[in-house]
Design a protein. Sequence first.
Length: 281
Amino acid sequence: MATPGRVYPLENPPSFTFPRAEQKPDSASDDQDQDTSPFLSGQLSASPVPNETYIIQIPKEQVLRQPPPEHAHRAKVYARRPLRRRAMRRCCCSLIASLICLLIAVGAAAGIFYLIIRPKAPSYSLSSVNMTGLDPVLTSASTPLSPNVKATIEANNTNKHLSILYQSGGTVDIYFEDTKLCNGDWPKFRQGPKNNTELQVQMTGSGILMTASTRDSLVNYQKNQSVPLIIHAKVPVKIKYGPVTTWKITAKVKCNIVVDGITGEMTVLKKDCSAKSNYLW
C-alpha cells in the first residue's frame, strides 16, 4: 500500500533522448566545419543520453496542510468543555460539603439538647371505666353490639423543664382479645412540667360482631369477674423547652387492664400502662 506524501518511481518509465541535429545542405557544410560547438556537432547526437529516472522524496512531516476553518471552532468548543466540567464538579462538591456540615451541626445540636434536657416519657394510668352496650353478647354471639365506654386517664409529666403539647388527631381504641370494641379521640391540651392531668375519654362502637369462640371467652371472664381489656392510643405531641418547640412526634400508649365486669361502672383490678416514642423515649 502506497504511503501518502511520497513519490514512487513508475514501473515502466518513459524513455527520453535528446533530438539529433538536423542535416543541412552541402553549401552550409563549410560553416558547420568551422563551428566547433559540441552541441551542434553530429558526434553528440551519435551518443544518446542514458535512460534514467529520478525519484524525489519529501518527508511526510514536512508536508504543510492548512485545516478547514470549522476545525478551529471545534477546537475552541472542545477546549471549553473541561473548564465547564471542572466548574460543575467544584459546585457539586461544595454543595455536598455544605449539606454534610449542616447535618453534622444539626445532629450535634440535637445530641447536646438531649444530653442537657434528658426528656422522660410521661406516665399514664386508668382510674375508672364505665361501659354499656355489651349485655347482648351474654345471650347471643350473632347480635350486633354498640359499646359505649367512658374512661378517666391520668397523664403525668415528670419532666422538670419540658412541656408536652398534645396535638389534635389523637385516637384511643379499646380491645377484647382481637376484637375492637370501640374507639374515640384523645383530647388536645397543653401539659406543663411536673404536672398531673386527668383526661375524660369517650369511646363508642357500632355493629360489632364477635365470633362464637370470642363470645364464649368473654362470658367465662365475666363469670369470674375478671375481664382483660387492652387500650391503644396514638397521640401526636410536641415537646417545648423555653422558646424551642420540636416537630410533631407520635407517642404510642398501651394499657393492659383487668376489670370486674362488662356492665356499668367497673372496678379496675389491674392496670399496666406504657408509652414510647421513636425519637425521645
